[in-house]
Design a binder for this molecule. Structure first.
Ligand code: ADP
Ligand code: MG
Length: 252
């Protein structure tokens, strides 16, 4: 796999959002009798940071999972526009969506879902090895990412030997090491104290939108939302507000 482009570590200046990279059109999703999304449409622009807020049960995670091709909506489209082509993610089969998630998207969850038996370095490298990158190249890229996110010297620690904030940095590195252009984060600082939460968000923003990538982050934290360029609020499966932040685009 010589043509594979590894992700390049940050930092770089922020910039103005470009064209829509993801377009949700009329998404509806129900779980049995529960309606999670109702006719929801949303454009996410290249390079944008979008905070998704709203009450628990409002459909935030379901929206994120539809946008990222983790689940498919019952109706509607999720148009991914990359490299001059448009793909409706909602029409792809499981295998195609899984390939897309590995190559194009990155994920950070509330608990990093790191593999406890592996070291920090191995947890990041595994994302590349799943794409067929050989172990030594994968570990080289992983080490660069860990260093860029302030974890130099912690490569050989296992998950249990990292603080919550350090573990989330590893998760952020893993989400991006494959060169993903869109990063999805679902309450990534939800399990951290406020000081650590601010640091981790800073790193997440700098390493994503700070380098021209797109970030969609579910959060309950107003400070996090303020640091994103845009905030979309969901309630009962619908968007109830969509506003640009006064400090739009600022990452520092
Ligand atoms: P949020 O992330 O905003 O808390 P979710 O998208 O997780 O909201 O949930 C939206 C609604 O869908 C809620 O009523 C929730 O209980 C329901 N729901 C979510 N996932 C499932 C599931 N796998 N099975 C059944 N109901 C679900
Ligand atoms: Mg949720």
């Amino acid at each position: 796999m010589t043509s594979f482009q590894h992700g390049t570590p940050p930092p770089a200046p922020s910039h103005v959002p470009g064209p829509a990279v993801l377009g949700a059109r009329g998404l509806t999703k129900s779980y049995d009798a529960t309606r999670a999304l109702t006719d929801l449409s949303l454009n996410v622009h290249a390079g944008e940071s979008v905070a998704v807020m709203g009450p628990s049960g409002g459909g935030k995670t379901t929206l994120l999972h539809c946008l990222a091709g983790i689940i498919t909506p019952d109706t509607g489209q999720v148009l991914l526009q990359l490299d001059g082509g448009t793909t409706d993610i909602a029409r792809l089969d499981d295998r195609e969506r899984s390939a897309l998630r590995r190559s194009t998207f990155g994920f950070v969850f509330q608990q990093g879902l790191l593999i406890p038996e592996l070291t920090a370095l191995e947890n990041v490298a595994v994302a590349l090895m799943l794409l067929g990158v050989d172990r030594s190249s994968a570990e080289h890229s992983a080490a660069q990412w860990l260093a860029a996110l302030g974890l130099a010297g912690m490569e050989d620690r296992r998950v249990g030997q990292l603080s919550g904030g350090q573990a989330q940095r590893v998760a952020i590195a893993r989400a991006q090491v494959s060169g993903a252009s869109v990063i999805f984060a679902d309450e990534p600082t939800g399990a951290l104290d406020s000081g650590t939460s601010a640091e981790v968000m800073d790193i997440l923003l700098r390493s994503t939108t700070g380098t021209g990538k797109t970030l969609v982050v579910v959060t309950h934290d107003d400070d996090v939302a303020r640091r994103c360029a845009r905030t979309v609020r969901l309630r009962d499966g619908r968007i109830v507000s969509d506003s640009l932040s006064p400090a739009a685009g600022a990452v520092a």
